[in-house]
Write a protein that binds this ligand. Structure first.
Ligand code: PEP
Ligand code: MG
Length: 533
């Protein structure tokens, strides 16, 4: 038995299950030249791999269209021909021939101007990995395929991995890297999956299937627990469930302090399922709909109609405030179908509103869909990562253009739709007074604001102890933002994870925060805190 203590818990809960090690195996080619006699053997290896990849993809294609497209590419003549001619004419072994073919094809797509064609480069590379795994006889892990109870242990998890998780089977998450405001933590919290992140080196000392108990209340992981420890964990689990049912009983009460101040409690969500999970928490609305998850769950940029259907369903599900944040992709959030060039500093790079403003058609598609959905509920638009008035005005201008188009087309929308912005960059704090004159509301994004103000990566374990939204610089920034908003009579909310931290409630109330928006999993705890203040 081995125990590991973890300083910070990222999503509460107690879990016990076998480990599922989520590790991408080494898929680089064993590269060498072959003799003429070896040629046919290498060709045979390729044909066998192709058969297996096709079988695999046929099964997957029944569930998801993206794999039907992958199957077509895998069986395409150009692809096979590229590999076979490298084996036959260039005496390359099959793994090297495959690697070179994949890279050549991916680069062709990469260099195309049409965004749709560009996106295919990522598909080609993915298919290449599938072939290589067959050739090397290794298994690639896939969270979407898990159909038994497990605790996932990974170096790190990215939003594109976590969107595939089924909480019925994934009982817990442990990652070596990551911080409590990294996106894996946020997603775990909204799905109600216990998570401990940034625990340090672990994978190398574990085997798949080894028993693990995790206490994401106290911050404890136990590997191969003995009988006494299992009993102890079962007791903790029982206590945890009792506390949960007590908190559940409090839900019927509105969030009012003992001296009568009514606090607006909202949820952060990424999709319709999250809204369904959040509504029973008796929330006052959705303070943040992370629309990028809709893009990540797809195999293509979702069309206006596809987005409209989702936003409309969200507005109907949640007739109270529904704040849809426009696409915040980039940073650690990638799209499987769009190749972002590798950046030295992705969190300081091509991200969020910068991408939207550079890809105007795509941005308009989203704005039109949100506007159309505003005819079905109390929808608000929110722009992420704004650093200048020019950006805000450009986004606003495009929104007005979309409104004019919809008007001409006779399509319904809310002409008085509120337009707000996230305050999550130091520049937006410095200009908060100016911004407050031009928007209907602010929402403070402490996850990014903390990392940008303190120059501390939100997902880097090595600096996790320096990452704190209680740092006086962050607190002073929050005070300044709230004062600037109130001076112009606009509401100031917070959708960063600080809003879901019971230890921050008193401070934020004192600073005058109007709305707390958090991962739904935290709402019960915040309500309890408010009721006792
Ligand atoms: C934030 O930065 O605080 C925020 C809410 O946005 P995200 O976590 O999606 O970057
Ligand atoms: Mg952010």
């Amino acid at each position: 038995m081995r125990q590991i203590t973890v300083e910070k818990t990222s999503s509460r809960g107690i879990a016990a299950a076998p480990a599922y090690l989520y590790q991408e195996p080494d898929l680089s080619a064993a590269a060498y030249c072959i003799t003429e006699e070896q040629t046919e053997n290498e060709v045979q290896l390729f044909e066998k791999a192709k058969q297996k990849v096709s079988d695999e993809l046929k099964l997957l294609a029944e569930k998801n269209q993206i794999f039907a497209a992958h199957l077509e590419i895998a069986e395409d003549f150009t692809f096979s021909d590229g590999v076979l001619s490298r084996i036959r004419n260039e005496q390359k072994n099959v793994q090297l021939a495959l690697q070179d073919t994949v890279e050549e094809l991916a680069l062709i797509f990469d260099s195309m101007d049409d965004p749709y064609m560009k996106e295919r480069a990522a598909d080609i590379r993915d298919i290449g990995k599938r072939f290589m795994a067959q050739l090397k006889g290794v298994q690639r892990p896939d969270l979407a395929q898990i159909s038994r109870e497990v605790i996932v242990v990974a170096k790190d998890l990215f939003p594109s991995d976590t969107v595939k998780m089924n909480p019925t089977y994934i009982k817990g998450i442990i990652t070596e890297e990551g911080g409590i405001t990294s996106h894996v933590s946020i997603i775990a919290r909204s799905m109600g999956i216990p998570a401990l992140v940034g625990v340090g080196k672990l994978l190398d000392s574990l085997q798949n299937g080894i028993e693990i108990c995790m206490d994401a209340e106290a911050g404890m992981i136990c590997i191969e627990p003995d009988h006494d420890t299992i009993r102890e964990f079962l007791q903790k689990q029982e206590d945890f469930e009792k506390r949960q049912s007590y908190l559940k009983k409090l839900r019927s009460q509105p969030a009012v302090t003992r001296d009568g101040k009514r606090i607006s409690l909202c949820a952060n969500v990424g999709n319709l399922e999250d809204i369904e999970r959040a509504l029973p928490m008796n929330i006052d609305g959705i303070g943040l709909f992370r629309s990028e998850f809709l893009y990540m769950e797809n195999d293509h940029f979702p069309s206006e109609e596809e987005q409209f259907q989702v936003y409309k369903a969200a507005a109907e599900l949640c007739p109270k405030e529904l704040t849809i944040r426009t696409l915040d992709i980039g940073g650690d959030k990638e799209l499987s179908y769009f190749d972002f060039d590798k950046e030295e500093n992705p969190f300081l790079g091509w991200r969020a509103i910068r991408i939207s403003l550079d890809m105007e058609d795509m941005f308009k598609t989203q704005l039109r869909a949100i506007l159309r959905a505003s005819a079905f509920g109390h929808v608000r638009i929110m722009f992420p990562m704004i650093i200048s008035l020019e950006e805000l005005r450009a986004a606003g201008k495009l929104t007005t253009r979309c409104m004019e188009e919809l008007e001409q087309e006779g399509l319904e929308f809310d002409r008085n739709i509120e337009i707000g912005m996230m305050i999550e960059t130091p520049a937006s704090v410095m200009l908060a007074e100016e911004f407050a004159k031009e928007v209907d509301f602010f929402s403070i994004g402490t996850n990014d604001l903390t990392q940008y103000l303190l120059a501390v990566d939100r997902g880097n374990r090595k600096v996790a102890d320096r990452y704190s939204y209680f740092h006086p610089a962050v607190v002073k920034a929050i005070a300044k933002i709230i004062a600037a908003g109130h001076k112009e009579n606009i509401k100031v909310g917070m959708c960063g994870e600080m809003a879901g931290d019971p230890d921050a409630v008193l401070l934020l109330l004192d600073l005058g925060l109007d709305e707390f928006s958090m991962s739904a999993g935290n709402a019960d705890y915040i309500r309890e805190k408010i009721l006792n203040l």
